[in-house]
Design a protein around this ligand. Sequence first.
Ligand code: NAD
Ligand code: FE2
Length: 383
Amino acid sequence: MKVASEFFANSDVFFGKDAIKELPGMLKSYQAKNVMVLHGGSVKRAGIADIVLEEAKKAGVELTVFDGVIPDPTNEIVEKTAELARKEKIDVFVAVGGGSCIDLAKAVNVLMTNPEPVRQYGGIGMVKKPVLPLIAIPTTAGTSSEVTNVVALNDTEAVCKYVIIDNKLTPDKVIADPEFTRTMPPSVTAATGMDAITHAVESYISNMATPLTEYHSLKGFQIFYENLPKAVADGADMVAREQMMLGCIIAGFGFSNANLGLVHGIAHTLSAHFHLAHGAANAAVLPYVMEYNAQSCPKKMVELAQAVNLPLSGDIDEDKLLLPKALLSLTKALKIKTLSEHGIEEKNLGILAEGVLKEPVLGFNPRQGVTKEDVLSILRKAM
Ligand SMILES: NC(=O)c1ccc[n+]([C@@H]2O[C@H](COP(=O)([O-])OP(=O)(O)OC[C@H]3O[C@@H](n4cnc5c(N)ncnc54)[C@H](O)[C@@H]3O)[C@@H](O)[C@H]2O)c1
Ligand SMILES: [Fe+2]
C-alpha cells in the first residue's frame, strides 16, 4: 500500500446561468463592509464587469474597483494593488476575469495579512497567515484558478514565472456562469482551452498523481477534447461553453493536488522571456513534450488515448504515441501558432532551455533527468 496522500478541495461552487444573483447574499454572509472588485479592460468591454458591479451594489457595501488587471500579473502590480486594498480597508475580494485576474486577487489577498514582498511566498505552503474571503468569477475556461491553490506570477527582474502554491489561497466561493465566457474571441478560447487540456494530461501523468486526482484529470480531459473544437468553431455554442467551464472545475481539483510538469516549465519560461499568452505557450509545445514523456509512462499514455477513443492497435509501443499525434492534429485544427510564428528564433533557444531547467515544476514530470539537449530538441520541433 502507498503512503497516505492528501487530496485538498475547498470550493463552494455556484454553477450555471444567472449564478451571479448569489453575489449579494455571499457578500452579506461575510458581513463585508469594503469590497474590492478586480477586472480588466476586455471584461469591462464585454459588459461583464457592469453586471457584477450591479449585483455587488445590492449588498449595500462600499466598493473599490481595480480595473487595471493585465495578462500575466507581475510582482509590481500585486504590490501596488495590495497597497490600495490596505488603504481602503478591504475585507472581501471579488475577482472577475481569467486566470490573470483571479491570480492577481489571490496574491493581493496574501499581502493583506502577510508582509511584502510577495516573491518570498514562491514555493509550496510558504504563506504564514490565513487570508481574507475571495469570490472568484471566471470569464475564461482554461486555468481553473477559481478552484486551485495556485498563483502564477511574473517576476520581471529574474525574468521567470513562479508559482505560489498554498491551500489558503483557494477561493472561498466560485460563481461560474458559462455565459461570461461567450465573448472570448476564438484565439483566446483556443489558447485558454489548450491550457485546460494541458492541465488534464500533465496532471494525469504527474508523479504526484493519485487515484483521486487521476479521476478528475481523465474526466476533464474527455470533456475538453470533445468540446474545445466546438467552442472555438462557434463561440455561441453554449453547450460547449458550459462543458468547458464545467471541465475546468473538475480538472482543477485534479491538478491542484497532482501538480503539472515539463509543459508548464517550458510555457512559464516562454511567457517570461517572450510574453506568449500562457495557453498559447503550453499548446505550442504540448504534443512534443507528451511524445518525450511517453517512454516513462506508456500505460497512462494509452489510458489517455483510450479515454478519447483513439484507435488503439494493442501494441503499447505504438499506442503510447497516439495521444501526442492527436494533440498535434488538434493544435493545427485550432490554428495554434508555432514558436517561430511567435517570433522566436533559433538563437533564442539556448537561453530558454537554460531557464526551463531551473523550473521547480520539473520535479513532478514523469520523465526525470531532463537535459538542456532534451529541451532544445522539444523547442526545435515546436518551431
Ligand atoms: N492559478 C492557477 O491555477 C493557474 C493555472 C494556469 C494558469 N494560470 C495563470 O493564469 C494566467 C492566464 O489566464 P487566462 O488564460 O485565463 O487568460 P487571461 O486572464 O490572461 O485572459 C486572456 C485575455 O482574454 C481577455 N478575456 C478574459 N475573459 C474574457 C471574456 N469573457 N471575453 C473577452 N475577453 C476576455 C483578458 O482580458 C485577456 O486579454 C497566466 O498568468 C497563467 O500563468 C493560473
Ligand atoms: Fe496552465
